[in-house]
Design a protein around this ligand. Structure first.
Ligand SMILES: CC(=O)N[C@H]1[C@@H](OP(=O)(O)OP(=O)(O)OC[C@H]2O[C@@H](n3ccc(=O)[nH]c3=O)[C@H](O)[C@@H]2O)O[C@H](CO)[C@@H](O)[C@@H]1O
Length: 369
């Protein structure tokens, strides 16, 4: 007897770690679905996803502010992508779409809804992205990373579930992890991270401040991103600079303090690993959404928020030195961060996917249909 085929789910997630990792974490909980992926050529998904899931790609881009030839080109491109995804969904007999927003969500949502298929959208930011705000009312369910996002999505069916984190963040700390970095076991550790692509301005600030932190006995692991022109700008026995690191869970678990941009993915991980932080939102992020994320953490007492435009190297250097001396304050910030964590977000999000797809999958699997 042939085994019953699993219902099929298309996941549309693309571009940055902040969009891909929550989608991967949710996919890891959906072994009862046959999953395929929708992304964009040449983005991070070609490295992170294609060895595990069949990856289909379409070209999508954002609309420019001014109307003109560029807008027309983007619109035609979008229509072409919608047709391509529609064909994929129909021929592949998919039961629905799960997306984490961003540009890829547009064609996925248009195509799915035009076929009457359910769409579940996860929005991890405190200020939902434009695509989410526009399309949320058309989704079966919109899962939110932050409760405060609800107020921007009044016409949608929303539910706060936190943001899913990868399995590495949900397993017990591995005592052999971080061996590759050969860092002191006892010294205070500062981890610097600028999102999945790194942050050159943050890197420059940190390099100016770090010598005083080394003097104070601290070590620094600095995730620089691939595009920093000054990658070898600092050398010290207590300093490790890396373009990207895969075991972020172990790194955050070990860190006494993180200095970070305020992408929703990283913030969620800092909460799950109870890591106190200094947050410097990326000032050019769409609609300044990272400041909204960081404000939630700062208001909760889990982080200190600095705007990049107002932050001098002296301010950053002294804040870190003060925090390193105030262990009780760091412990309190860690507790506040822990209070923001939703450990089972991946399971909750996966269940929302099942609930939205269930009636259709049940119909499709009835004999004779
Ligand atoms: C510049 C920008 O607009 N960034 C947005 C992007 O996320 P972006 O990817 O920039 O940033 P996030 O902080 O959300 O996610 C980064 C992810 O990459 C991982 N990581 C990072 C470095 C590394 O070496 N190894 C590693 O695994 C982190 O652990 C985290 O899971 O989408 C997020 C979700 O919509 C937004 O909140 C961010 O504002």
């Amino acid at each position: 007897m042939r085994p019953p085929t699993l219902p099929r789910l298309l996941i549309a997630a693309s571009g940055t770690g902040g969009h891909l990792f929550p989608a991967i974490a949710t996919a890891e909980q959906l072994a009862d679905y046959q999953i395929e992926w929708l992304g964009v050529p040449d983005r991070l998904e070609t490295k992170l996803v294609s060895d595990r899931y069949r990856l289909h790609t379409v070209k999508v881009g954002g609309f420019q502010q001014k109307l003109g030839l560029g807008t027309l080109k983007t619109l035609l491109g979008l229509m072409g992508s919608v047709f391509k995804v529609r064909k994929l969904l129909r021929e592949g007999q998919f039961s629905g779409v799960f997306t984490t927003g961003g540009y890829i969500a547009g064609p996925a949502l248009f195509a799915a809804r035009s076929l009457g298929l359910p769409v579940i959208l996860h929005e991890s930011n405190a200020l939902p992205g434009k695509v989410t705000r526009l399309f949320a009312p058309w989704c079966s369910t919109v899962a939110l990373g932050f409760e405060s996002a609800t107020k921007y999505l009044k016409n949608a069916k929303t539910i706060c579930v936190g943001t899913p984190v990868r399995s590495q963040f949900r397993s017990a700390p591995d005592p052999t992890a971080l061996k590759d970095l050969a860092i002191s076991k006892e010294a205070p550790l500062i981890v610097v991270v600028g999102g999945s692509q790194g942050a050159v301005a943050l890197n420059q600030l940190v390099r100016q401040c770090a010598p005083a932190w080394f003097e104070a006995g601290a070590w620094v692991v600095h995730i620089t991103g691939e595009s920093d022109p000054d990658l070898r700008g600092l050398a010290h026995p207590h300093y490790r600079a890396l373009p990207f690191y895969h075991n972020m869970a172990a790194l955050f678990q070990r860190a006494n303090l993180a200095i970070s941009r305020a992408g929703a993915g990283t913030l969620t991980e800092l909460a799950v690993t109870h890591t106190p932080s200094i947050l410097i939102p990326y000032p050019f992020a769409a609609e300044d959404h990272q400041t909204y994320n960081a404000t939630v953490f700062a208001n909760a007492g889990a982080a200190i928020l600095f705007r990049q435009s107002e932050l001098t190297p002296d301010m950053l250097q002294n804040s870190v030195l003060t925090l390193l001396k105030e262990r009780m304050r760091l412990d309190q910030m860690a507790e506040r961060a822990a209070a923001l964590a939703v450990i089972d977000s991946a399971e909750q999000t996966a269940q929302l996917v099942r609930d939205s797809l269930a009636p259709r999958s049940a119909t499709m699997s009835k004999p004779g249909l």
